[in-house]
Design a protein around this ligand. Structure first.
Ligand code: ZN
Length: 242
């Protein structure tokens, strides 16, 4: 099970786990916490499975490892709140993670292979310049909260060699001869106008990556955000997937 940007949204994570079952392990692509109201619960739930994880900018901000001044005020407030909530074992777990790694034969990075913590791969142009920064066939990323597949056809060059597509729910692609940069979308705060939680599944035997969306109890997370005193905008946006 491949999850990105869970952002302390426990209801979304539970729906994803339930729908994706059975799976052998979880690969988390960073930003486990920040924005959402259940950082300890989400970290513990992910760790209740065999988990491989990298770290994202919001995780680092929530453990005091990056400067908060560049964050949007709502995000900054949420990271400061998370810092006060995180239990010691969750904090230590996040502290030991890298921003990029190799999981089996797949590269993973939170932002981009070139700049794992900060760069947003939000256009084909940015994706094209990132293919030179990882050595495997495919790289899984998060950070933009938007599902996308960037493809480099068979390593040839030229304007037609690269393409970008939006993976539909329940569709799958094969890790074949093309090189791929794949964003499964966000579990806990989708931003593509679809409020359903997004995730992917990878089957090493068939080398298929499938993409999925699942509805979750948005109300429950909104109530918890408001009860925690987090900015109301962080609750409102979940309804629209923005
Ligand atoms: Zn994020």
């Amino acid at each position: 099970l491949v999850v990105a940007d869970v952002h302390a949204n426990l209801a979304a994570l539970e729906s994803v786990i339930e729908k994706a079952h059975p799976f052998e392990e979880i690969w988390a692509l960073g930003d486990l916490v920040g924005y959402g109201p259940q950082p300890n619960e989400v970290v513990a739930r992910l760790r209740s499975y065999k988990l491989r994880s990298i770290v994202g900018n919001h995780d680092l901000a929530s453990i005091g490892k990056v400067d908060l001044s560049t964050f949007h005020p709502d995000a900054r407030l949420a990271c400061q709140w998370t810092a006060g909530e995180l239990h010691e074992d969750g904090r230590r777990f996040l502290e030991e993670l890298e921003g990029a790694a190799l999981f089996d034969d797949v590269s993973v990075a939170h932002g981009s292979p070139r700049d794992p913590i900060w760069e947003y791969v939000s256009s084909l142009e940015v994706a094209v310049t990132n293919f030179g920064h990882f050595a495997t066939q495919a790289c899984l990323i998060g950070h933009t909260h938007v599902p996308r597949v960037y493809r480099w056809l068979g390593g040839i060059l030229g304007p037609d060699a690269f393409s970008s597509s939006v993976p539909l729910s329940n569709s799958a692609i094969e890790l074949g001869s093309d090189r791929l940069i794949i964003n499964p979308g966000s579990v806990g705060q989708p931003r593509d106008g679809d409020p359903r939680a997004a995730y992917a599944c990878y089957e090493p035997e068939t080398r298929l990556i499938s993409f999925h969306r699942v509805e979750y109890d948005v109300d429950a997370t909104q109530i918890a955000i408001r009860q925690a005193g987090l900015p109301d905008r962080l609750a409102a946006r979940l309804q629209y997937g923005t």
